[in-house]
Every structure is written in C-alpha cells, then in structure tokens.
Design a protein around this ligand. Structure first.
Ligand code: NAD
Ligand code: ZN
Length: 341
C-alpha cells in the first residue's frame, strides 16, 4: 500500500504525515527505535484501532467537548503514572481532534514533554487538528484556553477510518477543506480522497513550517473562523464547527467585497464553491444563524482571542486571503446585517 508522505518541516523537529487507505499498517515503522513502552490514548466508542506488536497500555478517554478538560488530563496522566510511562516512551493518540488535542496536551506536560504520535480518525483530525502541534483543553470560561505547542513525532492518517464516520462529521471536515480550497486556490474536490487529504495536509504543513507559533502567517488558517467562532458561541454549539466555518467563509468574502478588496465575482466564486460544490451552508443552517442576535455576534467577535487589535479577519484580496487587523466594527455590522437579511 503506497501512502502519500508529507513532511512538516520544522528543522530537527520535522515529522512525516502518512495519508492513505491502510496507512496505519506502516505505523510501527514510525515509532522511534528507542521507545520502550507505548500508551495508546483513545475513546473506546471510536470504531478504529491500531495494531501494535510491542508492550502497550490503553488509556480510555470519554468523547465529547465536555470531556476536553483538565480533569481528563489528570485521568490520563494518572494512568501514565500507574503504568510507569516515562519520558522515553511514546503516547499514541487514536481519535478525532478532541482526542489528539487532549492526548497531545497530556503528552506535552507528562514529565515535561513525552513524544506523541497522532492517528486521526476524523476528516477534521486528518486535515487540521492532528497537524501542526497545537494541543489544548477547554475551561468553563472558554474553548482551548489551556494548551501547549507540542509537535508529534509523526501523523498517520488512515483513510479507512473514515468509512464509519457519520455524515455530519464528514461535512464538518469539508468546511475545513473548503478553507484550504480558498487559501491555496486549488480545486480540491476534483482530487481523489487520498490526494485531497494529502494536499490539505501539505497546505497546512507549509503554513505551520513558516510560522509554528502563530505570530503571523499561521493566522491564515483562521479564514472563515472569526464569524464561525461567534456563531458557535452564540448558538450554544448547536451548529458544528465546520458548518459554522462554511458560513464564515461566505461572510468573509462579502466583507472583503464591501471593503473594496475584491470584486463581486469573488463573492460569487465563494458562494458557488461552498454551496454548490461542497453542499455546505444550506438553508437549514442559514435559518439557524438568522435566529442569532447580531449585537451578540459582534461582541463575541471583538473578544476573539486571536483579535489582538480590534476586529481581525482573514480577507480575500488581489493576492488571495490575507490577515487584516482593525476592521471597522460598523462595516462588519453593516455587512453582517445584509448577509443575514
Ligand atoms: N489542534 C488543532 O489545530 C485543532 C484544529 C481543529 C480542531 N481542533 C479540535 O478538534 C476537535 C474537533 O475534532 P473533530 O471534528 O475530529 O471531533 P471529535 O474528535 O469530537 O470527533 C467527532 C465525533 O466522531 C466520532 N468519531 C471519531 N472517529 C470516528 C470514526 N472513525 N468513526 C466513527 N466515529 C468517529 C467521535 O467519537 C465523536 O463523536 C475540537 O475540540 C477542536 O477544538 C483542534
Ligand atoms: Zn477550524
């Protein structure tokens, strides 16, 4: 089985990402040779597992954002302690973005840093969460507030895992794929699934390599996310992240147009790609967003943790999407009111 192999280039901490059907059969070749023991962190309800021929322990975590907490970190690291996992050993996270974020953070803090290998089992995990080394858990005060940058030693995206993924989760992944479509200007849907996931990984890997800790260019990955985060918060997370991102991309295109950055054909391009090609942001999604309060959406956008200087958006322009700070809140309000009318 030949898998795509993409490298996230971070000097001595560079690592490979394998993408392909059956890619997890190559997992053992990616386990560093000095590793003695392995701790697999997973959610037992996920119908995907990996075969390991060496001694290992399995640590179970509950799925669901409610379990993306410091309590879960305590549970996982206590299990590491009971099983005698040391800094020389390896954590393997098997699951969606939730598991790779939580297990990644546990690895980052276990003995001040223990190696982790991610095996994402969702489309979001494969094209986004497992790549780039961001790990985190939530607080009651907000999502992903406690975390660390902790790069994995490898990522194995076995596309066979997607066979059991519910359709809504696939749609969520497509929201992020659409984001890459606009960031790189690629017609990703025309590619077979393996090449499509591999291309998304390559786009993210390139951005992460150039700005690991998000001091600038990595913020591009936030395309469509400023409004999306506000929609999730104000709508009590009834709409899933990827569904909200699709709407956020459409809104960002309108805002770029209203600010004179692009012509109406770019707005139409976003509409066509998101609605017709990806089948996202349909009327049932839009109806739920129209129920939200514009003032509340604006307030939440203004306190987005990535907005260091007023309202920050990633906005399309002549040279493609770019990071734009200090967007006039009145302009945002006007565009949002027209968008939701
Ligand atoms: N670190 C990052 O850069 C980054 C990027 C994007 C998202 N995230 C985080 O990732 C999380 C979202 O990830 P997600 O969308 O993968 O959701 P998730 O991990 O919650 O998984 C979604 C659902 O799919 C189930 N599932 C997982 N794999 C399956 C499979 N193969 N078959 C059937 N069901 C399966 C899970 O049990 C869960 O119910 C959020 O917590 C988000 O903050 C992190
Ligand atoms: Zn996202």
């Amino acid at each position: 089985m030949s898998a795509h192999r993409i490298v996230v280039d971070l000097g001595e901490r560079s690592y490979p990402v394998l993408v392909g059907h059956g890619a997890s059969t190559d997992l053992l070749s990616l386990v560093p040779s000095d590793v003695e023991r392995v701790a697999v962190v997973t959610d037992p309800t996920i119908p995907f597992s990996v075969n390991l021929d060496r001694p290992h322990v399995v640590v179970h975590v509950h799925g669901g954002e409610d379990f993306k907490t410091l309590t879960s970190i305590q549970t996982i690291t206590s299990a590491f302690a009971r099983h005698g996992i040391t800094r020389r050993d390896l954590v393997i996270a098997v699951g969606g973005g939730l598991i790779t974020d939580v297990a990644g953070f546990a690895a980052a803090v276990w003995h001040r840093g223990t190696r982790v290998l991610h095996v994402p089992t969702t489309l979001v995990g494969m094209v986004d969460a497992a790549i780039g080394g961001k790990t985190a858990v939530n607080l009651p005060e907000g999502k992903n507030l406690v975390g660390a940058f902790w790069q994995p030693v490898a990522v194995v995206a076995d596309l066979d895992a997607l066979a059991t993924l519910p359709e809504r989760e696939i749609r969520c992944g497509l929201g992020e794929v659409a984001k890459y479509h606009f960031l790189a200007g690629d017609d990703l849907l025309s590619l077979p699934l393996d090449a499509r996931v591999a291309r998304c990984v390559a786009i993210k890997a390139d951005i992460v390599s150039s700005d690991e800790t998000e001091s600038g260019r990595r913020m591009l990955l936030n395309y469509g996310h400023t409004l999306a985060h506000a929609i999730e918060t104000c709508g009590n997370h009834e709409l899933a992240h990827g569904e909200a991102v699709a709407v956020g991309l459409l809104f960002a295109a309108r805002l770029a147009h209203d600010l004179g950055r692009v012509g109406s054909e770019r707005v139409e391009h976003h509409e066509r790609v998101i609605r017709q090609e990806y089948g996202l942001a349909d009327e049932s999604v839009m109806a739920r967003i129209r129920d939200l309060d514009v003032d509340e959406l604006l307030t939440v956008m203004a306190r987005d943790k990535k907005a260091t200087r007023g309202l920050t958006f990633v906005l399309d322009g002549a040279d493609g999407p770019d990071i734009v700070h200090d967007v006039d809140p009145l302009q945002v309000r006007g565009t949002l009111e027209r968008f939701l009318a």
